[in-house]
Design a protein around this ligand. Structure first.
Ligand code: ZN
Length: 345
């Protein structure tokens, strides 16, 4: 429990250098950005205001309802310049939030399935990412496969990731609906990608059960788990995660917004953190959930009675759980530690 003298102010959270490891590019689209894109393409939403879009599309009954809006947003991302614009706006968010390192998830099979060029999009994103790096935020990429799409798309995603390995792509991921294709369908893809020196990131234990997390680890060789909150239902799994330092990207507001775990105050984050699991805080989809990383830290501090040392530990875990090579990770960790030591508020 935090002592009163140890309280965490919003100002302190703002000053902390931060890493965000679980952030979907497509999910960073805000109602204002969707308005701009819908007007550009004269879509069925072109006449709606930002507020009307927010009210009609940005609230969710459950995870599947959330996926409907996700698809609507993706249908408005039609050209590399659209993705580049979205990343440019994310760059503003990074500066506002003092986010110095981000692993962004991009899903190339979405443009491919719409018969658009997913590789051109990645090239545009890498160019925009290089501009953002000059403004103080280093970006690395995870190319995501979608669980409910055919496995052939995952192979194509893996090949693209391998082609751009060393140019900013650090891993491939598996996201989407945990109740669709079996994890084993992706075993060959993930084995191939690990042989190419890339990391495996798997969404598991979000709406699926603890067994999904076990399979992500044992079948796909995941080094980090997206969400993983359902692991708390299996004490042996929690022991395993703690013992092996497997990163869990926790996204409190996302879990409440999709109904994956409500209320926020009961999120397993608190228990996992106290047990020593390698948990980090993330927004998942800051545009779609209307949330920022600083707000997630504020929520966690308040709801789980975290003190400064706890918050510092969470921030540093964001670097420790990253897919950066060891030397870069250690250098960034040192930079964060020194900067945290200098915060005077
Ligand atoms: Zn996610």
């Amino acid at each position: 429990m935090a002592k009163a003298s140890d309280s965490v102010s919003d100002e302190y959270i703002q000053h902390l250098p931060k890493a965000e490891l679980h952030l979907h590019l497509e999910g960073s689209v805000t109602p204002a950005t969707l308005r701009d894109l819908s007007r550009k393409y004269q879509s069925q939403y072109a006449s709606l205001t930002e507020e009307e879009l927010e009210a009609q599309l940005f609230h969710y009954r459950d995870f599947y309802h959330f996926l409907v809006t996700y698809r609507t947003v993706c249908e408005h991302l039609r050209q590399p310049e659209d993705y580049s614009m979205v990343l440019g706006r994310l760059g503003v968010y990074f500066r506002e939030q003092n986010i110095r390192y981000a692993e962004i998830i991009y899903t190339p099979s979405i443009p491919w399935r719409a018969e658009r060029d997913g590789k051109d999009v990645l090239v545009a994103l890498l160019e925009q990412g290089a501009r953002i790096a000059t403004q103080g935020t280093t970006i690395r990429w995870i190319l995501d496969c979608v669980r409910q799409f055919e496995v052939e798309w995952a192979w194509r995603t893996a090949e693209l990731a391998a082609e751009f390995s060393g140019q900013g792509v650090v891993g491939i991921g598996l996201g989407g609906d945990e109740n669709s294709l079996a994890m084993s369908e992706y075993q060959g893809v993930f084995s191939w990608i690990r042989d190419h020196g890339l990391h495996a990131h798997v969404h598991a234990g979000e709406i699926g059960d603890a067994q999904q997390v076990w399979e992500a680890l044992k079948v796909l060789g995941a080094r980090r788990i997206g969400h993983g909150i359902q692991a708390v239902r299996d004490p042996d799994l929690v022991d395993y995660l703690c013992h092996h330092g497997i990163g869990l990207d926790v996204c409190l507001t996302s879990n409440a917004s999709t109904g994956a775990w409500t209320p926020i105050s009961d999120n397993p984050f608190g228990l996992l953190f106290r047990r020593g699991a390698a948990v980090t805080l993330n927004t998942d989809d800051p545009g779609l959930f209307g949330v920022s990383l600083n707000q997630e830290f504020q929520l966690a501090a308040r709801l789980f009675q975290l003190g400064r040392e706890d918050i510092d530990r969470l921030v540093l875990q964001g670097v420790r759980s990253s897919f950066l090579p060891q030397l870069e990770r250690e250098a960034l960790l040192k930079e964060f530690e020194e900067e945290i030591g200098r915060i005077s508020v």
